[in-house]
Design a protein around this ligand. Structure first.
Ligand code: SAH
Length: 219
């Protein structure tokens, strides 16, 4: 039999989906997106055999691609609909943006490392995810000219809720973000913008790389 490439590892991918279901991911659209997007294209080639293991993996610039369960959980909590414009802060590899692009009308994703932003944009284009626009910049300020956003997902840990992002969130909009100290316990929170102000719901404990101010000085 010819040797299979990791992307052809159907058993691994089936276990990947079963694992997500077993851990409580139940939204069929989210499971479909997790099934469709080839995670092996978003990790370094030396780590391809770990692409469907439920773990975060290192990417360039000292950053990480999140654990698949956390990607699926955050996506499910965000409640994305087909007519939504979604903002993601922290493009990293572009994997989470690809998942969101399967559910939303349009995804704007912002990354403070120019090299990561460019690599992610190229990767997403090569895979045909043409409703994602990657920006290089400071996501703490959001991307004001495309606001408001029905949904916002932050994939780096914030010590306080970024005010600009709350302002760019549409009425009835939902934002999911990891909140907490950079080196300590962080909580994933879900914020809903209603008539009476912002409602906050605490979800699960998480561990994310820090949300840092400004564009990265290094590439
Ligand atoms: N969502 C990514 C994982 C992100 S890791 C994926 O699917 O691969 C968090 C990312 O947030 C890192 O790439 C980091 O550089 C970026 N980041 C941190 N602070 C930021 C800021 N203020 N604006 C934009 N990106 C930021």
């Amino acid at each position: 039999m010819p040797k299979q490439s990791p992307g052809d590892d159907n058993v691994g991918r089936m276990q990947f989906l079963l694992g997500l279901r077993r851990r409580g991911i139940s939204d069929p659209a989210v499971l479909r997106a997790m099934d469709e997007v080839p995670r092996e294209h978003f990790v370094e080639s030396s780590l391809m055999d770990k692409a469907y293991a439920d773990q975060a993996l290192p990417i360039a610039c000292g950053q990480t691609i999140s654990q698949p369960y956390v990607v699926a959980f955050m996506t499910e909590q965000l409640g994305v609909q087909a007519n939504h414009r979604v903002l993601e802060v922290g493009t990293g590899s572009g994997y989470q943006a690809a998942i969101l692009s399967r559910l939303a009308r349009e995804v704007i994703s912002v990354e403070r490392y120019r090299t990561l932003a460019q690599a992610a944009q190229q990767r997403l284009a090569a895979l045909g995810y043409d409703n994602v626009e990657v920006r290089s910049g400071d996501g703490l300020a959001g991307v004001a000219e495309r606001a408001p956003y029905a949904r916002i997902m932050v994939t780096a840990a914030a010590e306080i809720i970024p005010e600009a992002l709350l302002q760019e969130l549409a009425k009835d909009g939902v934002m999911v973000l990891p909140l907490g100290p950079h080196a300590g316990p962080q909580q994933l929170v879900k914020l809903t913008k209603g008539e009476q102000g912002i409602k906050q719901e605490d979800l699960i404990g998480v561990r994310f790389v820090p949300l840092l101010p400004g564009k990265a000085r290094e590439l």
